[in-house]
Ligand binder design. Structure first.
Ligand SMILES: C[S@@+](CC[C@H](N)C(=O)[O-])C[C@H]1O[C@@H](n2cnc3c(N)ncnc32)[C@H](O)[C@@H]1O
Ligand SMILES: [Zn+2]
Length: 280
């Protein structure tokens, strides 16, 4: 198995191809983007930013990094890697993680790929902190600060787009995928983190039971529900879990206080994994 950086970049300002020149990436119209010390590239033009520090904060990124690296979501990473590599036995595969966070799932994919597959990996996230953390942990994939709303990748150039607990922009995903490319999505199912939510909220919203609708531009290949039980050990890990989810902001002060008192938490992981083929 060999792992490389995805190289099919395009300029976020005019859509022209970007070419590497020493310590930057440049387009033919003279726009240039420096490579940071950690190896990532900031391809989010300041005029495309909706806030000064968009995406997950430094604290959320650190909490996610520590929680994921402790292995609590290994079952999800295994299922994602299996779904990405399904029907691929040899040759090369270009994969883009759109909303990659601190890079856990691309690192796991690289680790689990069989020897006959050559992987070209790129991850983007709108949070500079997430991308910095990803590049620091593994500098082999390409890492970019960028938005799913304007993906700095050439059209028809990737085989897989991963959108894991993320913010999909389907038109952009369809644009960057090759005609037979596959979008892989992971989203929380109705029971995901149920025991944590029971502590945080006075009552839980009723479960709808509805299956997600297939987005325009795609045809559904498969849908799978992953159910897995884990036990989160220790107050620190429970706080990291809380810190990496939106529940930290949504819960009341009282709910957060109750969660802070926990030292052990049996927890259900319930994740819906979908494979969607780009429709022509
Ligand atoms: C719940 S986290 C999931 C991160 C990663 N996929 C994981 O599962 O570990 C959502 C991520 O989406 C990023 N994000 C939010 N809006 C985005 C956008 N428009 N484009 C790209 N990333 C975005 C956040 O910064 C955050 O890292
Ligand atoms: Zn340009």
């Amino acid at each position: 198995m060999s792992i490389h950086a995805l190289q099919t970049l395009r300029c976020p300002l005019d859509g022209e191809s970007l070419h590497r020149e020493a310590a930057c990436w440049r387009c033919q119209n003279g726009h240039s983007f420096d490579i940071a010390r950690e190896g990532y590239v900031n391809l989010l033009p300041v005029q495309h930013k909706r806030s000064r520090d968009p995406g997950d904060s430094k604290e959320m990124v650190l909490a996610r990094r520590q929680f994921l690296n402790a292995g609590y979501y290994q079952a999800i990473a295994d299922a994602v890697a299996k779904a990405v590599l399904r029907d691929v036995e040899s040759g090369s595969l270009c994969c883009l993680d759109a909303g990659s966070g601190e890079g856990y799932y691309l690192r796991e994919l690289a680790r689990q790929a069989p020897p006959d597959i050559e992987l070209f990996l790129g991850g983007l996230d709108i949070s500079k902190w997430a991308v910095q953390a990803a590049a620091k942990q593994d500098s082999t994939p390409a890492w970019w600060v960028a938005s799913n709303a304007n993906i700095p990748v050439q059209s028809n150039s990737v085989d897989r787009v991963l959108c894991l607990f993320g913010f999909p922009v389907y038109a952009e995903f369809a644009r960057v995928l090759r005609p037979d490319g596959v979008l892989l999505m992971a989203d929380p199912g109705p029971n995901h983190l149920r025991q944590l939510r029971e502590v945080l909220y006075p009552s839980l919203r009723p479960v709808s039971g509805e299956m997600p609708v297939c987005p325009p531009g795609f045809a559904e290949l498969s849908i799978e529900s992953l159910q897995h039980e884990i036990v989160v050990e220790g107050a620190v890990a429970i706080q990291q879990l809380l810190g990496m989810t939106p529940h930290f902001f949504r819960a009341s002060a009282d709910g957060r206080k109750q969660a802070t008192a926990l030292t052990r938490l049996p927890l259900t992981l319930d994740v819906v994994i979908r494979r969607l083929r780009r429709n022509d």
